[in-house]
Design a protein around this ligand. Structure first.
Ligand code: MN
Length: 337
């Protein structure tokens, strides 16, 4: 390869956050989706223990895995659901601590790691301050929020101080999945549908649509939102989203926006390949968005990084597209050296 392979949705967690999750899971007041998720990443079986040890390792083990899989640079962020299941005070403290831990790892491996900050959305002014610290002192390249926070979405204007800061600091928001919100999770609990194969994309796609429809991109036109998993399916839906939106405007069912939903998507969103190794899905996304709006992500340690790399190394796209997806789109979006 004549260019770096940069992977942009690579997960970590601190021991403290993991142990606080365990306390919540042991309590009566736990979101149904998170209760199911907890078994996957916090269970006592060998698989869950292996995932945990990879998540907390920001040192030699992670670098060795990157070397073995051919990843040059990992853009690392807090794993789902991050601090969003804690109360505002705990979440704010643990997000700051996690950012300190990640920033120290990036400092120790500056040519291999970059970081996306964690924030506690439930305290929007505090999150905005943490973004300032992350962009400045900590040298973070963006931030990540794991979809809903206790069933609430970022279209609510009370959260907009976060967007105000994100635009001012030019910090992209990686809107990462988690289990569907408590108000809609019930029919997802059967057959494992709350999980990454379906519920994550439905939940996060809904969140992205709420952002588009609420007008936040008219107020903050330079906001950049990153969606994983080939855009959580949204590139496939854009024509129908516009078409039915226009019908709803015509009958007075929704407010007319200055632009079409798809125009906001094509202007303010960038997608990543995390966990999707499908040539038809990539071809469709390339046709809709172009390689300037698609980045590679491996989703370590949840997916086979080797499989993701083998897919993108071999899939029938142009070498210029491959270079952009692996390297230069991420360098531009996250301002990487
Ligand atoms: Mn992920």
């Amino acid at each position: 390869m004549k260019f770096k392979r940069i992977a942009v949705e690579e997960a970590f967690v601190t021991e403290e956050i993991a142990s606080e999750w365990k306390k919540i899971l042991a309590s009566k007041f736990v979101e149904p989706g998170f209760r199911m998720m907890g078994q996957t990443i916090l269970g006592d079986d060998p698989g869950a223990r292996a995932v945990h040890s990879r998540l907390v390792d920001l040192g030699a083990g992670r670098i060795a895995a990157m070397d073995a899989d051919g990843i040059d640079v990992a853009v690392i962020s807090i794993t789902s659901p991050g601090v969003q299941v804690f109360d505002a005070v705990t979440a704010t403290r643990l997000a700051g601590d996690a950012n300190d831990v990640l920033a120290a790892a990036v400092k120790a491996h500056p040519s291999r790691y970059a970081g996306l900050a964690a924030v506690a959305p439930h305290y929007p002014d505090g999150a905005a301050l943490e973004l300032e610290r992350a962009a400045g002192k900590l040298g973070m390249k963006g931030f990540l929020i794991n979809s809903h926070t206790m069933g609430e979405y970022l279209d609510d204007v009370k959260y907009w101080p976060i967007f105000e800061a994100a635009q001012a600091l030019d910090m992209p928001l990686y809107l990462h999945p988690r289990e569907p919100a408590p108000s809609m999770v019930t029919p997802f609990l059967d057959y494992g549908l709350y999980f990454a194969g379906w519920g994550f994309a439905v939940e996060t796609g809904l969140h992205a649509m709420r952002l588009i429809m609420c007008g936040v991109f008219d107020r903050y036109p330079k906001l950049k939102i990153v969606l994983g998993h080939m855009g959580e399916g949204m590139p496939f839906w854009l024509q129908r989203i516009d078409n039915r939106y226009l019908l709803q405007v015509k009958i007075g069912a929704v407010k007319k926006l200055p632009r079409l939903p798809s125009e906001y998507f094509l202007e303010n969103f960038v997608i990543t390949t995390s966990g999707v190794m499908s040539a038809p899905a990539l071809r469709l996304s390339l046709e809709v968005l172009g390689a300037d709006r698609i980045m590679f992500a491996a989703d370590y340690p949840y997916e086979s990084v080797k499989e993701g790399v083998t897919f993108l190394d071999k899939v029938a796209i142009t070498e210029e597209e491959r270079e952009k997806i692996y390297c230069s789109t991420a360098q531009r979006i996250f301002k990487l050296a």
